[in-house]
Ligand binder design. Sequence first.
Ligand code: GDD
Ligand code: MN
Length: 372
Amino acid sequence: MISVVIPTYNEAAVIEETLRRAAAALCAASEDFELVVVDDDSADGTAQRAESLAPAIPVRVLKRPGRLGLATAVLDGWAMARGEILGVMDADLQHPPEVLTALAQAIRKDAADLAIGSRYVPGGGTSDWTWLRRFISRTATHMAATVLPLKLAAVGDPMSGVFLLRASALQDAKLNPMGYKILLEVIAKAHYRKLVEVPYVFQERERGSSKLGARQYLEYLLHLAKLASGTGQLLGWLGYGLVGLVGAVIDVALFYFFVERWGWRPAPALAAAILVALSSNYAGNETFTFRMREAGATQGGFGVRMARYVRVCIPGALLNMLVTLLVISQGGGVFTGAAVGVVSGGIYNFLFNIPAIWRTWNRLVEPPSPAG
Ligand code: GDD
Ligand code: MN
């Protein structure tokens, strides 16, 4: 049985349509299911409307005494759920309930342990968002993937509010009900082997209003920090940082040596130095940073991975070269140029490239198999 939790806070205008469409979507996937509405004492009668649909639709309603928050609503709903597959979806139709069909199939047919409705895989999207809203959402997603690359770098939409997972994946996972993003907790702490993302288009809210405010944004940042320290990710960062530091020293030292001792011209000397530094970084991360990576997380042999790694490092390397040569052409010394260049490349990688780089060692997501 699939139990889908639908948290509600003043969603009377849409709850009936949501429940009907969710039920139809799960029927279409030939699933035995229940819908668990967790209502936080909505003043508009959301709970009564939901109850009025039973028994025609298998829906149960948990009424909580006041606004206790989205994450705890989901956890309370799962606690009373009967299914061996658990899920969550918003009540306001911004998640088109029809996505449940594909999510259920991803769990059953593709044997996924976690199936996420995703805005950020091909076919998914955000209907009419302004560029500012898009930018904020993308930045928040990218930040999460940068802070927690081992867990999140391979997930397109780790902040999704619609997903299904096997209840067994939550066994002895201590989920901390913090903030709005319960999926972050699940990805970071649940035990799953196969994660699948199913595209959907996030709809505009037509009725009711969003419950997301400044407080939720702040909680989000705290949540990320907490996850980083609680998941062992900090240790990974330590290894990665040390390996990078060694690489930077190699880069500067070799460049200096090639130019000052062997009399090479700066451009080829730099290219050679960077290539050696990249190889050292790759080997170092392979041996230390990612030694304990999850089995099956990586695809391809040593050579294939190294090529992938070097390829994602090209933009940072080019920036490094550009800055180094620029500093030298402006009369800066060989050493200064190389040092400023390598720091520029490092900053670029840290800001924009961490998820892509760490994906070299972690590819946990597989695309859903074609329908049918
Ligand atoms: N029980 C309960 N308690 N439900 C709540 C609460 C609460 O304190 N706050 C919000 N909800 C319910 C809303 O009624 C709605 O069904 C759902 O949770 C999402 O709330 P929205 O306020 O509509 O959130 P959003 O549209 O900004 O963001 C949603 O979609 C994003 C993209 O998938 C959330 O699900 C986000 O977590 C998600 O990232
Ligand atoms: Mn919404």
